[in-house]
Design a protein around this ligand. Structure first.
Ligand SMILES: Cc1cc2nc3c(=O)[nH]c(=O)nc-3n(C[C@H](O)[C@H](O)[C@H](O)COP(=O)(O)OP(=O)(O)OC[C@H]3O[C@@H](n4cnc5c(N)ncnc54)[C@H](O)[C@@H]3O)c2cc1C
Ligand code: SF4
Length: 493
């Protein structure tokens, strides 16, 4: 078995960077309990099973691949010395640490260690844990986009260059990399159909061809395609949305990185090399690198740092259960064009880019006061790249402000004017983005003021939202707007 023992790889630890040598024996487990626990998007279940089975096929005799009802049963059957890299959720971490005969190693798949984060956080000296500070520290520590002690190009942050509205004629970039399915996918599809027919599992969303990488080789081709063809255009329109181009120039690599198929530093080094070779502008490369060594690691560490109870926080007035049409991705029932489009994207692909998650889906839920824990569960189940560690801080903290500002300095609430500026949704919509009252009142514009009215005490105390509260108090039709929004109830908008 070798000095390192058999390495148990969870389904989100599939790359070689989770192994210590190229002949280390491996344990892979396909546990039925994991799929039955929740009602996942059909394409998410497909991607995870496909990736796991592809890894087992690649490793051949090196892997003991067990299909069991539970993980515990598989561990019992594997026997011998087993090691595992720290898993990615509180529940899985507690589970592996309680298993006799299993040694838990530090986590992998991120660009900073728990010790590095703790040292950084403790050195804050009473200051807030700001992502921007963490990111600059990571740039220096990892020597990414640095010219000596200075940031390449003289600026740490090129965000100001990256907030352009969508270009009039659309983005002129080749489409994203897509997968070609093989016989393993065929088998996965067959199994999922059968289990669903037999009532063993149930899914949300529609089935569709697999579009995201399921192997390391596929993930590397997808990365190469992004760096060569899409990265140069990534930056400027990062926050824009176009109905005819759901993916714009985003990398769409989060599913592969979160499955462990790509090491994030491989992506970062490839992006930096493109900048150094004069192939991609700094604004795009800095924007991309910030997401990976900044946001992604920051979110990961805060998941552990804030602890298990963080998921239950609900510091704003948010207690409403998301209605069935939202939960079931019933895009056709919805007339608000931006929201209908976003729900259709999730239904058909299990994916949307960041601004759609934050400024359409998340913003809508925030305005309507959806229960943050239920919303976290919804995002987790419906998105192909969703895992506990990434969903809890992104939904509870970033999107819903349910932590009262531990992660983000203000709630991401915006009205129709923002969506109108950053997308082409509003023109043909049956609502008018500038109207807050009446038949054609935009539910985002009216919902924005309703959210402010419900949370005015809290928002008045925050310097970043106090002006919005003053603006709200000057509205002469606020009561009418609030009554109109409350009356919408559970009905699709
Ligand atoms: C409500 C909400 C839910 C989200 N859920 C997820 C999720 O389940 N899984 C997930 O990986 N990301 C999540 N994100 C973050 C972000 O939206 C996705 O990482 C991104 O849209 C993935 O698409 P991409 O690979 O094309 O990203 P790009 O725009 O190409 O960005 C590059 C990479 O940066 C990383 N990244 C950027 N922002 C974040 C972030 N906030 N948290 C973690 N990683 C980040 C991702 O690995 C991503 O691949 C969520 C954000 C919000 C607001
Ligand atoms: S008018 Fe309002 S509801 Fe319609 S697309 Fe624009 S923001 Fe969305």
């Amino acid at each position: 078995m070798g000095e390192h023992g058999r390495r148990w790889l969870f389904a989100d630890q599939l790359g070689d960077h989770f192994l210590d040598s190229d002949d280390q024996p491996v344990l892979l487990v396909e546990a039925g309990s994991a799929l039955r626990r929740r009602r996942y998007h059909r394409q998410k279940a497909h991607l995870v099973l496909s990736a796991l089975r592809h890894r087992a096929a690649e490793l051949g005799d090196r892997a003991l691949f067990l299909r069991t009802a539970t993980f515990g049963e598989a561990l019992g059957r594997a026997g011998g010395k087993v090691t595992v890299c720290g898993p990615t959720s509180h529940a899985a971490d507690a589970f592996v640490r309680g298993l006799a005969g299993v040694t838990v190693l530090p986590s992998r798949g991120f660009t900073s260690t728990a010790e590095e984060f703790t040292a950084w956080a403790e050195g804050r000296d009473g200051h807030r844990l700001l992502m921007e500070d963490f990111y600059r520290d990571a740039r220096r520590r990892l020597d990414v986009l640095m010219d000596g002690d200075e940031p390449a190009g003289g600026r740490w942050n090129l965000d100001a260059d990256n907030r352009e509205p969508p270009p009039a004629g659309g983005l002129d970039v080749p489409g994203p990399w897509t997968a070609e399915e093989d016989e393993i996918d065929e088998r996965v599809r067959h199994d999922l159909d059968r289990w669903e027919r037999d009532g063993e599992v149930s899914f949300v969303g529609r089935d569709g061809p697999r579009t995201f990488p399921a192997t390391v080789a596929e993930a590397r081709s997808a990365l190469r395609h992004f760096i060569d063809h899409r990265l140069p255009a990534f930056g400027p329109h990062q926050d824009a949305m176009l109905a005819g181009d759901p993916f714009m120039a985003h990398s769409m690599l989060s599913p592969a990185i979160n499955l462990g198929l790509l090491d994030p530093m491989t992506c970062v080094r490839a992006a930096e090399a493109a900048y150094r070779a004069g192939h991609a502008p700094l604004a795009s490369v800095e924007g991309y690198v910030r997401q990976l060594i900044g946001w992604r690691d920051y979110i990961w560490h805060l998941y552990w740092y804030f602890g298990e109870d963080y998921r239950d926080l609900s510091r704003l007035s948010a207690r409403t259960a998301p209605p069935a049409w939202f939960e079931e991705l019933d895009a056709d029932a919805v007339e608000a064009r931006c929201l209908s489009w976003a729900l259709a994207q999730v239904r058909d692909t299990g994916f949307t880019h960041h601004i759609v998650r934050l400024m359409v889906l998340g913003n809508f839920a925030l305005q309507r006061g959806y229960d943050p824990a239920r919303l976290t569960d919804w995002f987790h189940r419906c998105f192909v790249d969703g895992y506990d560690w990434v969903m809890v801080p992104n939904v509870i903290g970033m999107s819903q402000h349910a932590d009262g500002g531990m992660l983000a300095t203000k709630p991401y609430a915006a009205g129709g004017a923002y969506i109108n500026r950053m997308s082409d949704f509003c023109g043909p919509c049956r609502y008018r983005p500038a109207r807050r009252a009446g038949e054609d009142a935009c539910p985002f514009t009216a919902g924005y003021w309703w959210f402010f009215a419900r949370n005015q005490e809290w928002l008045a105390a925050n310097p970043r939202t106090a002006r919005g509260v003053h603006g709200m108090r000057r509205l002469d039709d606020l009561d009418e707007v609030c009554a109109q929004e409350a009356a919408r109830g559970d009905a699709p908008l």
